[in-house]
Design a binder for this molecule. Structure first.
Ligand code: GRF
Length: 206
């Protein structure tokens, strides 16, 4: 089988992106490849970290309207024949037309995934870990989901729990959740590389 070509979109520090890059390197470029990391934020730590691992990076800030920005990104995805987009702390919503265009290159399959640090639909959006902690929830977790045009609203792919112990501080609680994110995302990547999750490979359409 052909290697699965992945692009990661991230706006921040990039711990999930780095976990994915390291896992892809471990799995080997004959099965999966992180082709590039894209960020919309110049100061995003993920850019330098990915470059240090030898991964191509692109900075695409939104300077004009949303549609121009997305066209620019679609151009990169097409040029690099990307099969899957993995969002890892990408702080922007993708429009329906962006999602439709990307699907049209993959036999209509939506191959864009996001990871979110809560048991969605609880605590969508930013600050999920902190909000759940403040609410003293007995458990929270991580959700891996298909991306739609809403804010963390796409269908769930996998969801796992983290139990809050009485000794947990916000710091230890956050660490547990982030560790689970890295584990779930890298295991998803491994499933892609082993074709346990089927890939509709990039195919150009008019
Ligand atoms: C993660 O918690 C992810 O779930 C959320 O944004 C955070 C990004 O963290 N969508 P990092 O940049 O991967 O460290």
């Amino acid at each position: 089988m052909k290697p699965v070509r992945v692009a990661i979109f991230a706006s921040g520090t990039g711990s999930n992106a780095m976990a994915l890059i390291k896992k892809a390197q471990e799995l080997g470029s004959s099965s999966v490849e992180v082709v590039f990391v894209l960020s919309d934020m110049e100061q995003a730590g993920v850019l330098a970290k990915a470059q240090a691992q030898g991964v191509l990076t692109f900075l695409r800030e939104k300077k004009k309207d949303r549609s121009t920005h997305e066209q620019d990104i679609l151009f990169l995805l097409k040029e690099h024949r990307i099969d899957w987009v993995l969002l890892a702390g990408y702080m922007r919503l993708l429009s329906s037309s962006f999602l439709e265009k990307f699907s049209s290159w993959h036999q209509g399959q939506s191959q864009i995934i996001n990871i979110h640090p809560s048991l969605l639909p609880a605590y969508p959006g930013v600050g999920s870990i902190e909000r759940a902690f403040q609410d003293q929830v007995p458990e929270s977790g991580v959700t891996l989901h298909w991306v739609d045009a809403g804010m963390d609203t796409g269908p769930h792919l996998r969801q796992e729990k983290v139990i809050r112990s009485k000794d947990d501080t916000l710091e230890t609680w956050s660490e547990k959740i982030h560790a689970l994110e890295h584990q779930m995302y890298t295991s998803f990547l491994e499933d892609l590389s082993r074709q346990k999750i089927k890939t509709a490979y990039f195919q150009e359409t008019p």
